[in-house]
Write a protein that binds this ligand. Structure first.
Ligand SMILES: *Cc1c(COP(=O)(O)O)cnc(C)c1O
Length: 370
């Protein structure tokens, strides 16, 4: 019998979530964001199971684009950081990829290239994130240069909002984008399609996604976590967890009052207690920073973790589940019914976000399909 930890991924949950994103996007297309190995869920499994439900895929590496083409997925693919060197460009042509252009070096490389086929390109506009992209004042000239290039098949204007999931929302960034969009329209005499909406924007501001020809870029909602868990939990939004991280109790201990638990003795039993030892630790991707009290389900009931997470194990309070013994099922996150533990809650307890939990799933955890 192998170690009992596994991540089970649910096709029906993935389909539920993409349908929700699709409904929000209206007539716009959908790039399913599958970067970081499909947010830890498995690139090929995610991509193949979204094939009939998405218009394209967004990711970062040429190697991953090749992997999708190798399994016969012919959808458009958006490379979110574009190309990293001019020598990558022939691969973009060969695979039919869409680069995001965000800096002058890329622009120049494209201008100096001779391609056997023109590429569709995205121009990234920096509307205030100050990470990637051309400032609106410069971007107009960039678009004019691209519009003249025989290497360019089509231009889409793209931006990414830093606070779509927070109090400030998309302003003033969206205002800057709108101004830029109109300036481009004035110069070219036609409106260009846009791509603005990550999960938070898609759910909160569906009116700005753009119509047919424009594209949304949902990531986290596809996997069933909330883009703004501080306001709405995943269930309230109609999302279902795609990944369930589960394991089992591999030992039970009886503590006398005053006894301490785990490395550093961070938890002290206030009274006689039964505790369970779960085969899951930070070596599996469970956050070491999750403190005592982090939610977890044992034998279908919610309880809490105790003490410090170690590499291969963590401890749980069995007070609410006196019947649980070695072999009892444990849900670390995901699950359903009385064993539902939202990844957002575990992440919040550990001072992070569900994105990081999913991406951190360790390669030693077997992934199986429900
Ligand atoms: C990762 C990413 C997304 C998806 O973001 P979510 O919050 O997961 O929806 C969209 N656009 C860009 C540019 C990204 O890097």
């Amino acid at each position: 019998m192998s170690r009992p930890i596994r991540a089970v991924v649910s096709t029906s949950a993935l389909h539920n979530n993409v349908a929700l994103a699709r409904a929000q996007a209206g007539a716009a297309g959908l790039w399913a964001v599958v970067k970081a190995h499909g947010y830890g869920h498995g690139l090929l499994w995610v991509a193949q199971n979204l094939a009939a439900h998405t218009d394209g895929y967004a990711l970062l590496e040429l190697e991953e684009a090749y992997a999708l083409r190798r399994v016969g997925l012919n959808h458009p693919i958006l490379l979110l950081e574009g190309f990293f060197a001019a020598r990558d460009l022939p691969h973009f042509v060969e695979l039919g990829l869409t680069p995001v252009l965000h800096n002058e070096a890329q622009l120049r490389a494209l201008e100096e290239s001779t391609l056997t086929q023109p590429l569709p390109v995205y121009v990234k506009v920096n509307t205030g994130m100050n990470r990637l992209g051309f400032l609106p004042a410069r971007a107009l000239e960039v678009v004019q240069r691209l519009a003249r290039l025989p290497q360019v098949a089509s231009i889409t204007l793209m931006s990414h909002f830093a606070e779509a999931d927070d109090v400030r929302g998309i302003e003033p960034a969206y205002g800057r984008f709108q101004q830029f969009h109109q300036a481009v329209q004035g110069q070219l005499g036609r409106a260009l399609p846009r791509s603005l909406a990550n999960s938070a924007t898609l759910l909160r501001y569906p009116q700005i996604v753009g119509g047919a020809g424009s594209w949304g870029r949902p990531g986290i909602v596809l996997y069933g976590a909330s883009p703004f868990p501080h306001w709405f939990d995943a269930k309230t939004l109609g999302l279902q967890p795609v990944m369930t991280l589960s394991s089992q109790l591999i030992a039970v201990q009886h503590l006398a009052p005053g006894e301490r638990v785990g490395y550093g003795g961070l938890f002290t039993a206030p009274e006689a207690m039964r505790i369970g030892i779960v085969a899951c630790g930070y070596g599996d991707g469970y956050p070491r920073h999750a403190p005592t009290g982090t939610p977890i389900a044992v034998a279908g009931k919610r309880t809490r973790t105790l003490g410090r997470v170690s590499m291969d194990m963590l401890m749980v309070d069995l007070t609410p589940v006196p019947e649980a013994d070695v072999g009892a099922p444990v849900v670390l996150w995901g699950g359903s019914g009385s064993a539902y533990v939202p990844a957002d809650e575990v992440a919040h307890s550990a001072g992070t976000i569900a994105y990081e939990l999913f991406c951190a799933l360790a390669p030693r955890v077997p992934v199986t399909v429900a």
